[in-house]
Design a protein around this ligand. Structure first.
Ligand SMILES: [Zn+2]
Length: 192
């Protein structure tokens, strides 16, 4: 049992290193030249992704690219504001999918916020849009934020999202969940 725990720890650290090194490659512009045709072929009979990443829909945060990853490497979750609704009964699709990622063998979940996040800006401003579902979503995101300082709010949202995942999913309550902030001006991910 203890041995099993140790190997889980090794795998978790290994995955964290892959993400950190991959992001450094991206920042340094040393990303791998990928053979997508081979990657498609190699993953055609099954998948063994090693991490699940919950990030924003922002077009400047393409997850596989910023971590120098390929096909079959990660489960990618994208939703405006990269958050799980605190009122979980209204939206449990992301949480259900995160649990599925754990069942499928990922070693860690990364909740990835980013600087300049339009969803967080909208939550701070609180101005209604012409679209009802967007307004409701921004309203739910507001529950994750207690400050008008944009950068602090982005961080707070990531940390509260991790808290909500643990609270509302029994099977993820003690799972390896990391937080990160992607800087849209440098390409660097800060792990928090
Ligand atoms: Zn965003």
């Amino acid at each position: 049992m203890e041995k099993h725990k140790e190997s889980e720890e090794i795998n978790y650290n290994w995955v964290l290193e892959i993400l950190k090194n991959g992001n450094q490659n991206f920042v340094d512009n040393w990303g791998q030249r990928r053979n997508y045709r081979k990657e498609v072929r190699d993953t055609s009979t099954g998948q063994t992704p090693f991490a699940a990443i919950l990030s924003c829909i922002d077009s400047r945060v393409p997850v596989e690219t910023i971590f120098d990853l390929g096909i079959g490497d990660v489960f990618s979750f994208r939703a405006a504001g990269n958050f799980v609704d605190p009122k979980i009964e209204e939206n449990n699709n992301i949480l259900g999918s995160l649990e599925f990622a754990k069942i499928s063998g990922v070693q860690l979940i990364l909740v990835l916020g980013h600087t300049g996040c339009g969803a967080v800006k909208a939550a701070i401003a609180g101005d209604p849009t012409e679209c009802q579902q967007t307004n409701q979503m921004i309203g739910r995101l507001q529950n994750n934020i207690t400050t008008n300082d944009e950068n602090k709010a982005i961080r707070e949202n990531v940390l509260n999202t991790i808290k909500h995942i643990r609270k509302h999913s029994h099977c993820l309550s003690t799972f390896n969940i990391e937080g990160g902030i992607y800087d849209i001006t440098t390409g660097k991910v800060e792990f928090i």
